[in-house]
Each structure stands twice: as structure tokens, then as C-alpha cells.
Design a binder for this molecule. Sequence first.
Ligand SMILES: Nc1ncnc2c1ncn2[C@@H]1O[C@H](COP(=O)(O)OP(=O)(O)OP(=O)(O)O)[C@@H](O)[C@H]1O
Ligand SMILES: [Mg+2]
Length: 264
Amino acid sequence: MSLMTEKSPIQQLEQREEIVRVTNVEKSFGTHRVLEDINFSMKAGEVVAIIGPSGSGKSTLLRCLNQLEPPTKGTIKLAGIEIDASKNATKKQLTELRRAAGMVFQSFNLFPHMTALANVSLPQQRVLGRSKSESDKRSLALLKRVGLEGKADQYPVRCSGGQQQRIAIARALALDPKIMLFDEPTSALDPELGLEVLAVMKELAEGGMTMIVVTHEMHFAETVSDRVIIMADGRILEEGPSASIMRNPQTERAQRFLQAVKNR
Ligand SMILES: Nc1ncnc2c1ncn2[C@@H]1O[C@H](COP(=O)(O)OP(=O)(O)OP(=O)(O)O)[C@@H](O)[C@H]1O
Ligand SMILES: [Mg+2]
């Protein structure tokens, strides 16, 4: 290929399909408005980190994206499924959305009475109608991918927190999501166990998975994500390429937050 026809990374990104568009989203609990004027979009393959102080609305935003919390106002389009808060989402839309968006929480929520393999296999059978043998085959491949090929027959209680979180990641990946949403997946873990999980996430990102990661891991936000969104008081304060947002925040509020994190 000649140099003339090669595309710059920015041109390549421009040509990718848009996978998320959030327009004028607002969320209130009763009279308490926790999200306001939220607008952003993402292209397939992008990794976005969302950071910000406690209570700024990060988890609520993620939960609005997959309609675990329906927004009060605005439109969310995710993997081609567009839901406007002014109309009720259909059951079909919600089912499609839950398939399209894999979610990983701080607490792993594995079934304690099932092995690692069954935890990863069962949702495939229930949600996608895969056969048991097909699900188990896929589960074993995914457990291997997250470094847990030896743990298939183990119950969660016999696995470390980091291992349990990696099982939860395999479980989400097993439904072939278009995008993965992570809500502070390492914050309940000892630092060393958190690193195992971050390594798996980094590999997923490098493999081209579209990801939104709510995190307090500033190194991950700066080095693995393409873009960072800083939230405070229910709003997006700043958004842009990771390195420039993390090293050179423009607003006083973002500067204060990043300084506080550095001094922790
Ligand atoms: N189900 C709910 N009912 C009422 N208020 C809620 C509910 N969920 C969240 N909130 C409020 O919404 C605001 C944003 O909460 P959210 O959990 O989204 O913040 P966060 O940025 O994820 O914080 P943290 O970093 O501590 O996880 C908070 O004031 C919280 O009390
Ligand atoms: Mg949260």
C-alpha cells in the first residue's frame, strides 16, 4: 500500500460506526436532579473512562445507558437501539439493549451455588438460547482468555476477588456484547488483585472492544482509555483525549479533583 492511501488514526476513527449517542440526558430521583445536560458520543472500538468525585452521577449515567435506570429526559442511542425518555421503551428494545451492553459492577454478583463454568454458561442458555455444550465450550474459551482455565469447576467462594471479577467479565463477554460498561470493577479489590483485572480490561481494549469504564484508577484512565470524561455535580465538566484531560484540565473544579486524587 502506498503512503498516500494509508489513513491516519483520526481518519480511521472518523470512518468507524457510531455506537453510542447520548443527547440532553437528565435524571432525577424525585426532586433530586443527579444528571443534567449530558451529551456525548462514541465510535466503535473507543475506550472512554469516566472519572469524578463520589456522588457526581457516574454510576447513574452507566445505569441510564442500559436503562437499568430510565433517564428522566433525553435520548440514548446504543448499538442502534434508540430510546427516548419521553416514550416508554418496548420490551424488545430492553432485551436487545441488555444483550448489546455487557455490564460489570464493583460487586461481582456471581451465583454462589454454581461453578465458574455454570456462572458463565447459564446466561448464554437463558438469554441467547445456546445449547449447554455450545455454551460450555464458549465459557471455557472465555475463562481461558481471562486467565482462569483452571478454575472452571470451582465455586466462587473458593476464588479470590480478582478471580471472581474476571469470571464476571467472562460472563458478560459470553453474550457477545457490542459494548462493555464497567462500574469501578477494581474498587472492592486489593491493589494486587485489581491489577489482574485491569490487565484483562487492557487486553480487551487492545482487542478492539468498545468500553466505558467508570474508574478511580487514574493510570488506567490516562494510559488505556482513548478519552476521559470528568463529571461533577451531575454534569460533564470536561471531555477529551486522555492525556490532555488528565495532565492539563481546564476547569478549576477538574483541577481540584485531579489534585485531590494525586494527593490521596
Ligand atoms: N436509586 C437512587 N435513589 C435516589 N438517589 C440516588 C439513587 N441512586 C443514586 N442516587 C443519588 O444520585 C447521586 C449520584 O449517585 P451515583 O451513584 O451516580 O454517583 P457516583 O458518581 O457513582 O458516586 P461514587 O463514586 O461514590 O460511586 C447521588 O447524590 C446519589 O445519592
Ligand atoms: Mg458509583
